[in-house]
Design a protein around this ligand. Structure first.
Ligand SMILES: NC(=O)c1ccc[n+]([C@@H]2O[C@H](COP(=O)([O-])OP(=O)(O)OC[C@H]3O[C@@H](n4cnc5c(N)ncnc54)[C@H](OP(=O)(O)O)[C@@H]3O)[C@@H](O)[C@H]2O)c1
Length: 338
């Protein structure tokens, strides 16, 4: 019997418990995969807290991505895949488990040069960083460009840093903890700053940044807007500093203050471009993710996910606490196989 970490109601990390469940019969267009590793994304934490809306109805098994081995293929599923083949899964839910049944369009071949850990933590963070920097932000990245990456030592952050550096960009990496400076220096970041020590705007002059990949919100967001050059762009992809907990009314006001806001008329007069995107909703709208381009890029430039800690599947709640502690570095994984 498979075991999975179900989200039955919103709550603290303590509500995440592993339990066995009955395996379903495969439909004709589905693929059954034995999961090896699952990526832990910040969005899983928001989903657990009841604030993330791109989710199915509860109860469901958490987890957007993972790596594993195909156990069974429905008779009408894509014949690109074979039983026993190692694959990557990108799904709206279901990867915090020992097994997943998924549609064929959510199954991708592994990146051959990566370990199963690296494959398990590749899809969500790298595709987000790639679309951010090489699709939406492509004119702002490269030689003679200076970009700011917030939460630069995290999952998306370490991917974005590697892509930007490979393209010859000058990178400022901003983080909330000095312990994260080491990895950023190792990745070739040109300037590292800790916005927990002093406000981001104190480290960087106004009009100094061509592009910012922003995911923190609150004062980090508003300071990042301030340091943009005229015609510079800020791309917001998340609000990690959000304190919202449905069961904790005192957090609601703090959350309201954290939400990124801009005065559009001010942006006109300052010539600044503010935007955002969400990978899941983009795919729902029919957007075809640039998967082949991404794999070609990481292969050509020999880039790989920076895997941080790996937790046992049953310890998914501890993994959430670790990311929320702001101590985590790189991509956090759950080990789904024995
Ligand atoms: N729009 C999209 O399609 C999309 C896709 C993937 C991810 N995202 C967003 O990108 C961001 C990074 O995601 P990830 O999964 O790679 O996570 P991550 O960066 O590995 O971890 C989240 C990071 O957020 C930072 N943070 C800032 N304030 C925080 C607070 N009050 N509590 C906890 N953490 C805080 C921490 O780094 P520092 O303290 O160093 O800042 C923490 O390490 C998240 O905001 C996520 O929602 C968006």
């Amino acid at each position: 019997m498979p075991s999975g970490v179900f989200l039955k109601r919103s709550g603290s990390s303590k509500i995440l418990k592993i339990e066995e469940y009955k395996s379903e019969t495969l439909k004709k267009d589905e693929i059954r995969v034995k999961l090896h590793y699952a990526g832990v994304n910040y969005a899983d934490i928001l989903a657990r807290k009841g604030i993330y809306k791109w989710t199915p109805k509860k109860p469901y098994v958490l987890g957007f991505e993972g790596s594993g081995e195909i156990l069974e293929i429905g008779e009408e599923a894509d014949n690109r895949f074979k039983i026993g083949q190692n694959v990557i899964i990108g799904s709206q839910y279901g990867c915090y488990s020992t097994e997943i049944i998924t549609k064929e369009n959510q199954v991708f071949p592994i990146v051959p040069q990566y370990s199963m850990q690296e494959n398990g933590g590749f899809l969500a963070t790298w595709i987000t960083a790639f679309i951010g920097l090489c699709v939406i932000g492509r004119q702002y990245v490269g030689k003679n460009k200076k970009i700011l990456i917030n939460s630069a030592a995290g999952g998306v952050g370490t991917s974005a840093v590697q892509i930007a550096k490979e393209l010859g960009t000058e990178v400022v990496g901003a983080v909330g903890n000095d312990k994260k400076f080491g990895i950023l220096e190792e990745l070739g970041v040109d300037q590292v700053i800790n916005y927990q020590k002093q406000p981001l705007a104190k480290y960087l002059p106004r009009d100094s940044i061509d592009f910012c990949l922003e995911s923190v919100g609150g004062k980090v967001f508003s300071d990042s807007v301030k340091v943009l050059k005229p015609l510079g762009m800020l791309l917001t992809i998340g609000i990690s500093s959000i304190d919202f907990s449905i069961w904790r009314p005192l957090s609601w006001l703090k959350t309201y203050r954290t939400l990124p806001r801009v005065n559009v008329l001010k942006m006109i007069s300052e010539n600044k471009i503010i935007g955002g995107f969400h990978i899941g909703r983009l795919m729902d709208s029919g957007y075809k993710v640039p998967w082949n381009e991404l794999v070609d890029f990481v292969t050509k430039h020999n880039l790989r996910p920076k895997i941080g800690k790996i937790f046992q599947l049953k310890d998914a709640g501890i993994a959430h606490d670790f990311i929320e502690s702001r101590e985590s570095i790189g991509k956090i994984l759950l080990k789904c196989i024995e």
